[in-house]
Ligand binder design. Structure first.
Ligand SMILES: Cc1ncc(COP(=O)(O)O)c(C=O)c1O
Length: 413
């Protein structure tokens, strides 16, 4: 749907959103009407360079032609059936994912937070069935992020922030340890701990990749204590960090993983994959989802994942991501540019990240901000060096402007 078909002005449409919608998002000040590859187009047809990819979703490119074709074809056959009959897209996608990432089983969900709920429930049931009623505790990381449903909120190690505050009581059974600190994780293990759950790269927590020692150390810790290693790959999964799943780049095999975002290439779909022994915890009636495994979403996911793999987009993510980090490191006021593949954070010495984000938007480049000091870049994985050059030129102007404003207002040297 386009604005011109409605008879409304842009302002009238924005007013309608503010009047009727419960707004929790700071909006870019334009109407996104069309998208293609690395660009979004507004209601006036103006192009915006996309370095947020619908928040790490549109990895094979905005409206990737193969994903679009798969959706159209599937819509013409069957849209929704629930999980009573077998459907072709579900079967083909399950085999593709399990074979590619070396996991035994998959359960389809619709969003990242649901995939994490599925993983948490599976781990709890596995623990209680195999070791007794008290073995359900899970250690997660401080500053992690796992989603907005109650289990995922409790798993998110950010007490006192807007994510948890006033939503209490939190689901019991979670303790938090410092990310990349093996000793802290080890010190939190009790006889009732059944699992450790982390993101391979903390995204919302400021773009902090796990170290190799941390990942392999967690695997050993889990093996030594008969615990499960659960990885939240909602943001890192499907090419973003330089390998099909981030765990494959570390050479550390988890017992279960969650995935979403890039999986559907722009259609909402998610999943939890597990080893045979963990997956056995679920049997008839123990878990379910009306839309999970929706044929159209599965067809889109099959096309999205095939594009990411066939076009070697994870390799591209690694090369272009490293190039982006090198260029960002040279911008003024940057304390550190870091990341893994095309999950990149740029941290400043000044609290200017929000202003840089809006400054970039004004100049038609789209990035995200985390807190006050960090911008995050999570573009489609088709981004190339020219796209990076264009973004960094725009960021340079936005950083200089934001820093000058900040320094003037605060009179700091
Ligand atoms: C690591 C991680 N886990 C879970 C989620 C929640 O996913 P969703 O918003 O699809 O529920 C996100 C979303 O950004 C995420 O980055």
């Amino acid at each position: 749907m386009k604005l011109q078909d409605t008879g409304l002005t842009a302002q009238e449409l924005k007013d309608m959103v503010n009047k009727y919608m419960i707004e929790t998002y700071p909006r870019y000040d334009f109407i996104a009407e069309r998208a293609e590859g690395m660009y979004l187009y507004d209601e006036k047809g103006e192009a915006y360079l996309d370095f947020y990819g619908g928040v790490a979703v549109n990895s094979p490119g905005n409206r990737n032609p193969k994903v679009v074709a798969a959706v159209k074809e599937q819509v013409d056959d069957i849209m929704h059936t629930f999980n009573y009959p077998y459907t072709v897209p579900q079967a083909l996608l399950a085999k593709k994912i399990c074979d590619t990432i070396g996991m035994d089983k998959i359960f389809y969900q619709n969003s990242g937070t649901e995939a994490n709920e599925c993983m948490i429930k599976m781990a709890r049931k596995y623990g209680i069935e195999n070791y007794g009623p008290d073995r359900y505790e899970i250690i997660t990381a401080k500053e992690g992020f796992h989603g907005r449903t109650m289990g995922a909120v409790a798993a998110t190690g950010q007490p006192g922030t807007a994510i948890q505050e006033d939503f209490g009581p939190m689901l019991p059974g979670f303790t938090y340890a410092e990310y990349n600190n093996l000793n802290d994780f080890a010190s939190k293990v009790t006889p009732n701990t059944i699992a450790i759950m982390i993101e391979p790269v903390q995204g919302e927590g400021g773009v902090h990749p796990a170290t190799e020692e941390f990942m392999s150390g967690l695997r050993k810790l889990c093996d030594d204590h008969d615990m499960l290693l659960l990885l939240d790959e909602v943001q890192t999964g499907w090419g973003r960090t330089g390998s099909p799943m981030a765990f494959m780049g570390y050479g550390v095999k988890p017992d279960a993983i969650s995935m979403a975002k890039a999986m559907g290439g722009g259609m909402p779909i998610a999943a939890c994959c597990a080893s045979e022994k963990v997956a056995k915890a679920f049997s008839s009636g123990t878990h379910g989802s009306t839309y999970g495994g929706h044929p159209v979403a599965c067809a889109a996911a099959l096309a999205s994942i095939s594009e990411i793999l066939d076009r070697h987009l994870s390799e591209n993510a690694e090369q272009v991501g490293n190039y982006l980090i090198r260029k960002l490191s040279k911008l003024p006021h940057v304390r550190e540019a870091r990341g893994k593949g095309l999950l990149v954070g740029c941290e400043y010495e000044l609290p200017i990240a929000m202003d840089v984000k809006w400054g970039c938007m004004k100049r038609h480049a789209l990035i995200t901000a985390i807190g006050t000091d960090i911008n995050r870049m999570i573009p489609p994985l088709i981004a190339d060096r020219k796209d990076v050059d264009r973004l960094v030129d725009i960021m340079q102007e936005a950083v200089e402007e934001a820093a000058a404003n900040y320094i003037r207002k605060n009179r700091v040297a």
